[in-house]
Design a protein around this ligand. Structure first.
Ligand code: FAD
Length: 397
């Protein structure tokens, strides 16, 4: 029986473990943290968006710089397979109005509990507080453990070490140096699905920090995204911002700032808006006209005042133009450790067709640690689960 070591007990590693067990391997899972899948549990805090129910070709197009190997794994274990797999664990799922798929109950913990129990019943062993630090001269895996250094010889190793954000949950990206020292090409990490910095005035933050700006359309770098976003102390984050993060990151590269265009009323065209503002009571203040004629809420009005420094134009045509393309200056990317995910990691060229490291025989990489990128919407977890399943059932044993 082949001995498979899985390092990293996030969704990618646990799925690799399950698939390897099904192929009859003896499986040991190692993780540096005191308990497994901490980021997965965190993802479930605001609703575990595990996959998406949209049309298959649209789904495939979500992956930035798609690689045929990733596409094949997602095609083999995609949304339908993931919902069936959850159902097999007794967790039914549903698709929200946006097409995003969640487990009933929204949380990750019931799913994780049953998953770990099934892995244990299948014979997998889980070794927490085992930080992998590399290989010894004989090629054995070396771990730092509370009982000192430990060495493990395995027939195959599947690395599922995650990206480089939310390091307090275990995904610290420190593995990149270990692999680089073995000659593995690593693309630099970059924050993805991240917030952006804005120099808000103290006045705006005092009244609107944490407030959502609802139903807007954001444009940057030739991309447009409908949805909501949130005003934070550092800038902006959430829903509509994340899908633009790759485009905004590019616009910011090498520059001190870039502009995000906000359409505050995406369902009303500019001419109709100008007509409504023209018909408004001329005696009203600009804020009152915006509230009554354009039906802007207090946070949107505050945002307009912030951007124009209280000098929004009175002329209806100019005001309508601004409401349809409000330029918000972004001064940088929020710190990588706060990003939902990271781009970069093990370069695809460093991997063979089975995602085995060309530089380290019998050692495979899965999940966010490999250099692919996708927006939020369930695409991240889908790819992690699909890669785990693909490698665990084929290459890893
Ligand atoms: C707040 C938040 C919300 C999110 N929501 C969603 C969502 O709704 N939908 C979605 O698709 N995605 C979401 N994500 C992203 C998703 O959680 C990640 O993409 C996913 O967890 C990555 O899985 P992974 O198995 O590749 O790595 P991880 O989940 O990061 O797991 C890696 C594991 O490796 C371990 N490890 C690292 N280095 C070592 C080492 N040297 N030795 C031993 N162990 C090590 C870590 O402790 C960790 O347990 C969210 C992320 C965050 C932060």
């Amino acid at each position: 029986m082949k001995q498979v070591a899985i390092i990293g007990a996030g969704p990618a590693g646990l799925m690799a473990a399950e698939a390897a067990l099904e192929r009859g391997a003896r499986v040991a899972i190692y993780d540096a943290m005191p308990s497994p899948a901490r980021k997965f549990l965190m993802a479930g805090k605001s609703g575990l968006n595990i996959t998406h129910s949209e049309d298959e070709s649209l789904f495939r197009s979500r992956y930035t710089a798609p690689d045929a190997r990733l596409a094949a794994m997602v095609a083999a274990f995609g949304p339908a397979e993931i919902t069936a797999w959850m159902a097999g664990l007794g967790i039914e799922s549903y698709a929200g109005s946006s097409g995003r798929v969640f487990p009933i109950g929204m949380k990750a913990s019931p799913l994780l509990r049953r998953w770990l129990a099934r892995l244990g019943e299948g014979g997998a062993t889980l070794h927490t507080r085992h930080r992998w630090t590399g290989w010894d001269a004989a090629g054995a895996l070396v771990f730092d453990t509370p009982d000192g250094e430990m060495r493990v010889a395995a027939d195959a190793t599947i690395l599922a070490l995650g990206g480089a954000s939310w390091s307090r949950l275990g995904s610290d990206g420190a593995w990149a140096d270990i692999l680089a020292a073995r000659g593995v090409a690593i693309e630099p990490f970059a924050p993805s699905n991240c917030g952006f910095m804005v120099d808000w005035s103290a006045r705006l933050l005092a009244a609107h920090e944490g407030a959502p700006i609802k139903s807007v359309s954001l444009s940057a770098g030739g991309k447009t995204q409908r949805g909501d976003f949130v005003i934070t102390r550092a800038g902006i984050e959430s829903g509509a911002v994340y899908p633009l993060s790759a485009a905004l990151r590019q616009e910011l590269a090498g520059r001190g700032a870039t502009t995000l265009l906000i359409d505050l009323l995406p369902d009303t065209d500019e001419a109709a808006l100008a007509a409504r503002l023209t018909g408004a009571n001329a005696k009203d203040s600009v804020s009152n006209r915006l509230r009554k004629a354009a039906r802007l809420d207090a946070t949107k009005i505050a945002l307009l005042n912030e951007v124009t420094q209280g000098g929004a134009p009175k002329d209806p045509a100019a005001l309508a133009r601004l409401l349809k393309a409000l330029p918000l200056m972004l001064t940088g990317t929020a710190p990588m450790d706060t990003a939902i995910s990271t781009a970069g990691g093990v370069a695809w060229d460093a991997l063979d067709n089975h995602l085995m490291l060309k530089a380290v025989p019998d050692t495979y990489c899965v999940g966010e640690m490999v250099a692919w990128d996708a927006p939020t919407g369930g695409y991240l977890l889908t790819a992690c689960l699909a890669m785990g399943r693909g490698v665990g059932s084929a290459g890893g044993n």
